[in-house]
Design a protein around this ligand. Sequence first.
Ligand code: NOJ
Length: 745
Amino acid sequence: MTMKKTTLALAAALLPLLAHAQDAQIESKVAALMKQMTVAEKVGQLHQISGRLVTGPTSSDYAATLADIRLGKVGSMLNVKGVADTRAIQALALQSRLHIPLLFGQDVIHGYRTVFPVPLGESASWDMEAIEQSAHIAAREAAAAGIHWTFAPMVDVARDPRWGRVMEGAGEDAFLGSAIARARVHGFQGKQLGATDSVMATAKHFAAYGAAVAGRDYNAVDMSNQQLFEVYLPPFKAALDAGAATFMNSFNTLNGIPATANVFLQRDILKNSWNFKGFVVSDWGSVREMVPHGYASDLADASVKAINAGSDMDMESYAHIKHLEDAVKSGKVNMKTLDDAVRRILYKKFELGLFDDPYRYSVASREKAVLADPSHRAAALDVAQKSLVLLKNGAAGAKPLPLSRAAQKIAVIGPLADARRDLEGGWVVEGDRAPVVSILEGIRSHAGKAEVSYAPACDNHCSGTEGFAEAVATASKADVVVLAVGETWDLSGEAKSRTDITLPGHQEQLFAALKATGKPIVVVMLAGRPLVFNTIAEQADAIVYAWFPGSEGGNAVANVLFGDYNPSAKLPITFPRSVGQIPLSYAQYNTGRPVTDEKNVVYKSAYIDSVNTPRYAFGHGLSYTDFKYSGLTISGKEMSPSQQVTLSFDLANTGKAEGTEIVQLYLRDMVASVVRPVKELKGFQKIHLQVGEQRRVSFTIDRELLSFFNSQLVWGAEAGDFKLMVGSASDDSRLEGALKLLPPK
Ligand code: NOJ
């Protein structure tokens, strides 16, 4: 071994010891501080209040909050940002008896100054490096603006696009969602908490919030433990394993018990079984909301139930600050329980270095430099173009995309063509955000010799048809039409559930009017969720699903339209044909009466007015080139539980452009003690190939990959037959094989 290698090996061996020593050091500092604290001061650490920006139904009185901070009655603020404000408010906290600094939290969901695509959009990139990078830049900007902690990532699995918050997550799948959860936590938190280019992450909303009945936000959730463990919890576990510093609980009840007072979730699973060392923050007002839920008789009762169940910090309910001291005095809450919550929070404040320097995140020169860093825009463009899904590109043969830059006339039409705010999507931090490039602007600057004309046709909700005639006239003079339609930014997100997820206003009518001109129509659709757009799906010549693509959205769309970037994204969520099919996931069960022939569905698990298949399946997304899958081999037909096999195949780029394919591995456990879905994603890789290039792609399959939770919720694999499928989408399997798992010896 060389000297350098020996030193590195030694350092690697020492790291855990050092970390342990650091833990012990922080623990003793926390203990020493807590010895000096009164019960009231301890309770203060559990109290979190919003600043003047509000992201929920607030009841706070700002002047009273400022006074409380000086008295040590507030542990954390949300919605205070920027160096000047965070410094001013931190200074108040330092006037309190024990000078305990505040934690500043904020919903930094997909960027801070530079806006990245909404999380669901980014998830369509299936690109863990790009996703991590996006979270890292968001953290870097937020941390430079005095923020210590983001309330992200939202790792709720969501299979109901009526729920507006599908936008904030990674879609419908536990496997993909877990990978994305890890990438986001790593991105936000960086290598080490306390580095001033990182923030603490929050895995939210614990748990099952994404399964609100009927997709109505804040609604109850009723779910088997099987579903909970198999589908909804894995991304949380992944976030925890990646080091997520905090968890946020959720508004919903789970099988009748509010998540906020749910002992099973927060104590049994999170803190005991998973050994989570960070702290749990309630969702906004979720402690108080246990009264209308009918679970707590009043705010005092809610405070007791929340903390006893393991919910540590109270966001905006005023439950702990008003009642917890009395509850401790009367013995309804043990001092040990209070201490544990306080210890968890103080630990993080020490870990962030706030006791050494409470202003370390609030440095004006860094704020100025970081928020102006031009590399952030380049990263936003990179992930935005990786997020755009080419849903359709012509019928057999004729492919309208990519557009030519030669002398031709391109009519850019539609209510969202020159929109800017709508490209950012919801959950952006109010204030001085980076300028947004609209789709029209992007097309104009990329068009080369092509001539670009523009007609908005209607306002951004497309509430009237007065402008249609002009739009049709503009289209008639062009060679090709780019039509930008979709949802406006404010139709997706929290409290934005919709029963009708078709295009708002008269947008379908606008499409029909333009279609009647006979010109090829390329639709660019903006949305935070899967929308239903059957006519467009059937009649548009090409469709690019752009989500809400962020500050660089217009350039990203133009790069894809003109072929400067060959689209590679794949849907992270199923697109239904109608609201009636919801919830719809590729990972469905076969049932005892599966449809094998869509023409004969009598007495089958089917609808009499619709096919079962989605409009666009999970994993779907086209490219400007073609990929051929061939030569599947599996290194063994049988495998003992301690063995692994390798599945390999050749992927070739047989088309005319270099491009990236996201290859997907699915499996089905054919017979099991608990029936298994017809397909489960178990692996994916992003492979970039030059024209004519071919590469051997491999996946390793081991017992872990074949495992599931049995009816006793025990994780493991059962001996028997498995079907293995690789392909380009969940409904586009290209190669299939079989594997037998042998019983243990
Ligand atoms: C309520 C939302 O559910 C949560 O995600 C968010 O972090 C808080 N409000 C704070 O704004």
